[in-house]
Design a protein around this ligand. Structure first.
Ligand code: CP3
Length: 341
């Protein structure tokens, strides 16, 4: 049994399994090399040989226990017919969808995502037998943030206002995104994904009531649909910055694992989450980028508090920063591989 999958079976392990969000990416020279020969970021995502190659790069170098397929959460709006582009140094730019008429024009075209599934198949065939392949999707709230706003934002106030002022429109958008996420995750599982992670990067900007409606309810539907079709595939939820709402998220959505950001206290996670599901996290990517000694100290603390008797996966609290020295990653991975109890 692969180490990462063992965690979901609550089997005793000699060390916690580990992988890192954004482990494929710009901090790796071999990624930058391929990226520099590719016209744009979406072309990387939709070229199976390239997407598969960059997924494998960090595994070859550092031997993580899982590979997350190289893609992006915004392939779903793209497949729905939203105009999605990635501009250098600016991030994603989408033509915003803000009215019922604009929403009427969207329709999910699964064929557009065929290259993602091909990349998963190629990656699965090339991975070491002990490495788990993770598929992923953005969660409906976070996808709605980019679809309505058209770009990144610090608090997505404008999107929350649309949800209040034009609730019929916003509910329809969330329903469409929820069904698209279910379809995309199912196809990823058919193509070889062994675990699914749902990224709700912007769940932290919501009030408790909004969180119940736009984060918990759609996630509940996604988890239920995936469980019905593939009861054996674990689902990890990542409601980033959910604070004290993490516990309710786990209880109500019935995710098999929860990824915690670096602001979550280890004591809270051990006491309130570890007994409910697999906890994953939560080293601060800023520490990893800046301070090798502090990284090891914090990793030790995380493993000692969360890696006890309850199932645990070591990860970061958010994605690796592009300027992270590869040497820091190497040191951390060496430590984790030798962290046998
Ligand atoms: O290694 C992995 O984790 C798998 C690949 C992956 C990417 N994006 C590749 C990527 C995953 C899982 C994502 C998820 C994603 N994408 C999220 C959720 C996680 C999070 O970070 O909160 C979000 C919000 C996005 C949307 C997105 N994609 C933004 C805002 C940006 C620009 C920011 C940036 O770092 O430049 C992207 C671009 C992106 N997605 C890059 C990568 C490697 C960088 C683009 C490049 O290489 O040119």
């Amino acid at each position: 049994m692969k180490p990462l999958l063992k965690a979901f079976r609550k089997e005793k392990m000699s060390r916690p399994p580990f992988w890192f969000m954004r482990q494929a990416g710009r901090y790796l020279p071999e990624y930058r090399e391929i990226r520099s020969k590719t016209a744009n970021f979406l072309e990387m995502c939709y070229t199976p040989s390239k997407a598969s190659e960059v997924t494998l790069q960090p595994i070859r170098r550092f031997g993580m226990d899982a590979a997350i397929i190289f893609s992006d959460i915004l392939v779903i709006p793209d497949a729905l017919g939203v105009d999605v582009r990635f501009e250098e140094k600016k991030g994603p730019i989408l033509v915003p969808v803000q009215t019922e008429t604009e929403l009427d024009k969207l329709a999910y075209n699964a064929g557009k995502l065929a290259p993602v599934y091909e990349a998963l198949r190629a990656t699965k065939a090339a991975l070491p037998v002990e490495t788990t392949l993770i598929g992923f999707a953005g969660s409906p709230w976070t996808l709605a943030c980019y679809t309505v706003q058209g770009k990144s934002d610090k608090d997505f106030h404008a999107v929350r206002m649309v949800a209040i002022k034009n609730k019929p429109f916003f509910s329809r958008l969330i329903a469409l995104l929820t069904q698209s996420v279910i379809d995309h995750c199912k196809e990823q599982i058919n193509a070889g994904a062994e675990v699914i992670q749902l990224f709700d990067s912007w769940s932290g900007v919501l009030s408790e009531q909004e969180f119940d409606e736009w984060v918990i309810e759609p996630t509940q539907k996604i988890v239920a649909a995936l469980k019905k079709a593939y009861p054996q595939i674990p689902v990890i939820g990542f409601p980033r910055q959910a604070g004290t709402k993490y516990r309710n998220y786990v209880l109500k959505t019935k995710v098999d694992g929860v990824s915690i950001d670096s602001s979550v206290s280890l004591e809270y996670a051990a006491k309130e989450l570890s007994g409910l599901c697999v906890v994953q996290g939560n080293l601060d990517p800023v520490i990893l980028a800046e301070d090798k000694e502090a990284t090891l100290k914090q990793a030790q603390k995380i493993v000692s508090i969360l890696g006890g008797n309850n199932p645990f996966i070591f990860n970061l609290g958010h994605g690796i920063l592009p300027h992270t020295p590869t040497e820091h990653m190497q040191t951390l991975c060496d430590y984790l591989k030798n962290s046998a109890k």
